[in-house]
Write a protein that binds this ligand. Structure first.
Ligand SMILES: [Zn+2]
Length: 213
């Protein structure tokens, strides 16, 4: 079942490694099938290199296993909480990417210092309160604090991104790490100016309406 979504979710789980966003078995990608409502997610503790599309776990929104020989990721309750409360979200991605997670470790949001942030995220990257792994606390923090951003820093933990598709949530994860690295470098040599809110809104509108083919 859901062969195409399994293929996509498997491919982007592996892409977390090739893009340097995770190490060993940390991090995970899931995707929701809008028709059945089922969620395809990485199995727990299986190394990214060995992942095959057929290894993906399929669960319903309550966490019941529909298909799959492995236990789903320990972060599954987080993903499912987000899907149950945000109907437009069809993908959730979790990483511990280093530069973004450094801001998460400090509990610091990332203000809009770069036009790329205005374009891609349309605002500052928010940060959550500390939340325990395993239950629904992380999901509650994401839903309460992510606002219109496609990405949030989980305090003392890492990164969660969301999107209408796996591709869009993945792009947010890659772009977030890129801007976090640049902002970190900028903060080593000075104090950058924050781009004013109205300019951020203008740039974001232009980018989302006019950029690309
Ligand atoms: Zn984690």
């Amino acid at each position: 079942m859901l062969e195409e979504l399994k293929l996509t979710v498997c491919k982007y789980n592996k892409a977390l490694i090739t893009h340097g966003l995770v190490t060993m078995t940390s991090g995970n990608v899931s995707g929701r099938d809008p028709e059945t409502g089922y969620v395809v997610i990485k199995p727990s503790g299986v190394s990214f290199e060995c992942l095959e599309p057929g290894d993906m776990s399929v669960v319903d929104l309550e966490g019941n296993i529909i298909e799959g020989q492995y236990k789903p990721s320990v972060d599954t309750p987080t993903h499912l909480y987000v899907y149950r409360h945000m109907s437009a979200v069809n993908s959730v991605i979790h990483t511990h990417s280093n530069y973004a997670t450094a801001f998460a470790a400090l509990g610091k949001p990332i203000p809009v210092y770069l036009t790329a942030m205005a374009d891609e995220f349309g605002g500052a990257i928010p940060v959550s309160a500390y939340a325990r792994i395993g239950g629904e606390e992380i999901g509650q923090e994401i839903v309460a604090r992510i606002g219109t951003s496609p990405a949030i820093l989980m305090k003392n933990h890492g990164v969660f991104t969301i999107g209408p598709s796996v591709q869009s949530a993945f792009k947010a994860a890659v772009m977030l790490e890129d801007i976090a690295k640049t902002v970190h470098l900028a903060l080593q040599i000075g104090e950058p100016d924050i781009i004013p809110d109205e300019e951020v809104a203008r740039a974001h509108r232009r980018y989302t309406e006019k950029y690309g083919q």
